[in-house]
Design a protein around this ligand. Structure first.
Ligand SMILES: *Cc1c(COP(=O)(O)O)cnc(C)c1O
Length: 399
């Protein structure tokens, strides 16, 4: 295979050269324990605090409001479990509000809390994948502890009205958490302006290393500890820090917000070229809307084919993407996100998500646009479903 185009940046990204270079010294010469008081320990401590400052600066937070974690999933777990359990114990609040199309790190956390006796309201989304802030407000009860709404959806790229939801939560004195794993680096975030109390992020989605994330916790918001033990992370998340990875996260977040407007404009143009090019193929539909869509995300359903077959053929042609069914994760159910916006099972199964990174080039897009139509045509020629549709149906089929 002479060409490889990676368009699965919502699953993970390639670490940037700059991030990698920043990390290496902390895997080699600067190996001190950040809790030690001799010089190599102090060096490690100051590197961590520098990274904390960079993360905080990216969304107008204070360094002491940033806690390093093991991943985005951990940040989501800690935010919701830590707040819900504490507020249940101290104020008898046992109600949680979230949406139907969150990442599993949020949904499964809520399911786990239901088993502990919490009640969860799963607010629906509209056909383009947007939460209506009025639905959130209507779901708030006197015993609501926390609202958790993702900043941008990982499958269809829909950027949610976070500032409006934040305002509502503040007015009702309910904590507001957002899973911003997909939004960080692609959207400007301001936790003050948007009234965000808790925010999750992950380094490996922004050209940083895997296995490190962060949780923003607004000053004055208290969570149960996530790991009891030593004094690391103010004693709330014990364990010797993942030094090199934390340095990598700091560097990745700083890099992703440099030349930000230029980067987003470039990526948006490439995304539109890819999206519009793929929509030229007959019997396709765009999942999610054109407005308020991440500059990284394209998600399209192709009538009459299976996403898994599409992925395999794309892979053979050197294009890496992701499908709208969760077969790869051991389940035959189509994605809960695509079902939440009203897709039928068959259509959801024929979906393709292509996600751009900061390193995606115009050549990558051109190559992909030369491959996908051929592959779709080939699969349709073999597809019994496609054969069943009459020519008229195919011509007029509006997926
Ligand atoms: C990837 C992702 C996560 C999980 O982050 P990890 O660091 O892989 O645990 C959580 N939420 C969203 C929206 C994601 O895209």
């Amino acid at each position: 295979m002479d060409r490889f185009v990676y368009l699965d940046n919502s699953a993970t990204t390639k670490i940037s050269d700059r991030v990698f270079k920043a990390m290496v010294p902390y895997l080699t010469e600067h190996y001190g324990n950040p809790s030690s008081i001799y010089s190599i320990g102090r060096e490690a401590r100051s590197a961590i605090e520098e990274a904390r400052g960079k993360v905080a600066a990216a969304f107008n937070a204070r360094p002491e409001e940033i806690y390093f974690t093991g991943c985005g999933s951990e940040s989501d777990n800690w935010a919701i479990k830590g707040a819900a359990r504490r507020l249940a114990r101290m104020q008898g609040k046992k109600h949680i509000i979230t949406t139907v199309f969150e990442h599993h790190a949020v949904l499964h956390t809520c399911k786990a809390l239901e088993k502990e006796g919490f009640e969860v309201t799963y607010v629906p989304v509209d056909k383009l994948g947007f939460v209506n802030p009025a639905d959130i407000e209507a779901a708030i009860r006197p015993d609501t502890a926390i609202v958790s709404v993702m900043y941008a959806n990982n499958e269809i790229g829909a950027i949610q009205p976070i500032a409006e939801i934040g305002k509502i939560c503040r007015a009702h004195k309910v904590l507001f958490h957002t899973d911003a794993v997909q939004a960080v680096g692609n959207v400007r975030i301001d936790v003050q302006e948007q009234n965000i109390d808790l925010l999750s992020l992950s380094a490996h989605k922004i050209h940083g290393p895997k296995g490190v994330g962060a949780l923003y916790v607004r000053r004055g918001v208290y969570l149960d500890n996530f790991i009891d033990g030593g004094a690391q992370e103010s004693g709330k998340r014990a364990g010797t820090e993942n030094l090199a990875s934390i340095v990598g996260l700091g560097e990745a977040i700083a890099e992703t917000y440099e030349n930000f407007d230029q980067k987003v404009a470039k990526m948006t143009a490439l995304r539109n070229k890819l999206m519009d090019g793929l929509l030229q193929i007959p019997c396709t539909r765009l999942n999610g809307g054109r407005e308020n869509r991440l500059c990284t995300n394209v998600n399209i359903s192709f009538g009459g084919i299976e996403g898994e077959g599409l992925l395999l053929l794309l892979d053979m042609n050197g294009v890496a993407g992701s499908s709208g069914s969760a077969c790869t994760s051991g389940s035959l159910d189509p994605s809960h996100v695509l079902l939440s916006i009203g897709l039928e099972h068959g259509i959801a199964h024929g979906s393709l998500r292509l996600s751009l990174g900061a390193d995606t080039t115009e050549e990558d897009i051109d190559y992909t646009l030369s491959v996908v139509p051929r592959v779709v045509e080939r699969l349709r020629a073999m597809s019994p479903v496609w054969q069943e549709w009459s020519d008229d149906e195919r011509a007029g089929k509006n997926l």
